[in-house]
Design a protein around this ligand. Sequence first.
Ligand code: NAP
Length: 330
Amino acid sequence: MKAVIWTKYGTPDGLQLKEVEKPAPKDDEILIKIHATTITAGDCEMRRLQLPLMLSFPVRLYAGLLKPKRITILGQELAGEVEQVGKNVNSFKVGDQVFGTTGFGFGAYAEYICLPGKPDDAQGTLAIKPANLTYEEAAAVPTAGFEALHFIRKADIQPGKKVLIIGGGGSIGSLSIQIARYFGAEVTGVDSTEKLDMMRSIGADYVIDYTKEDYTNAGETYDLIIDVVGRNLVSRRLKLLKQGGYYFLAYAALSHLVLGKWASMKSNKNFKIESANQNKEDLIFLTKLIEARKIKPFIDKCYPLEQIPDAHRYAEAGHKKGNIVITVDH
Ligand SMILES: NC(=O)c1ccc[n+]([C@@H]2O[C@H](COP(=O)([O-])OP(=O)(O)OC[C@H]3O[C@@H](n4cnc5c(N)ncnc54)[C@H](OP(=O)(O)O)[C@@H]3O)[C@@H](O)[C@H]2O)c1
């Protein structure tokens, strides 16, 4: 089968299309013919090994000290069709159209993948694909959907609550806007100029252009802030959080851990650096929202498998809207 092999840490040139052996499912696994996968910010950070300090060494130790060895194929999200099932699997059958995540073994930049029929959290999770989405659209839902749902549920968002989404035009942000609206919140999205219309079109009540406005001094406060950007302005943005509110940071540096401790000692604000568990119940919940037409992933561009290095370059150049998807043509 064709797969894009991760041959070195660093630039997208290290992602090389190769012919490798097609995997065969063990008794508790299913073989999936992949039709679509995605380029997430997480894939690009992993490829560069540009991760939060507390993660970068353990991840390198796991993936391979000098070059990727244990994980050789990136790609965490997929949509495809079950081609074969192991004899102990009764959760899926041949022909099922599925979507989900691979877990920390990655492997979705390929024509086929074997995954457990009943995965635990570290192994990702799968469910039947929403009937009203294409494979390309379905592949763009899971990881961002898990994060968005986790943040919004944990903050107990209900009608009348105010939510600020920093990076609202990206992958996590664009689903967060829609899910927060579903739970009845008043939503403000922050992103760059060319994403303001897109954020309005998916339901943001207010939009802010971070390249033109300093919203940190506008006097507005929020019950929930989802910040997928982080960097050095977090302490200023934390002032926009109401007492008792939740601030979720998707990408954290060491200094943010200190800030979090400080905030919890000095105030009633909940500053959280955490990721969602990837479980089947949440994937099914997301499917119901999609089938009820409450949420829909926003796709910027699709690339074929052979052009994954270009897709990584595009994703990293900034200004992408929503998601970048890879179509796997068999
Ligand atoms: N996707 C996941 O499932 C997942 C899960 C856990 C953690 N994370 C982490 O969360 C982070 C974001 O993920 P993502 O997939 O949502 O990334 P993304 O799709 O690249 O979205 C980030 C968005 O933030 C915007 N942005 C950049 N600087 C900004 C600023 N100062 N103020 C407001 N908006 C700004 C970007 O727009 P411009 O480029 O136009 O500026 C972009 O639209 C990544 O570090 C990722 O590793 C992701």
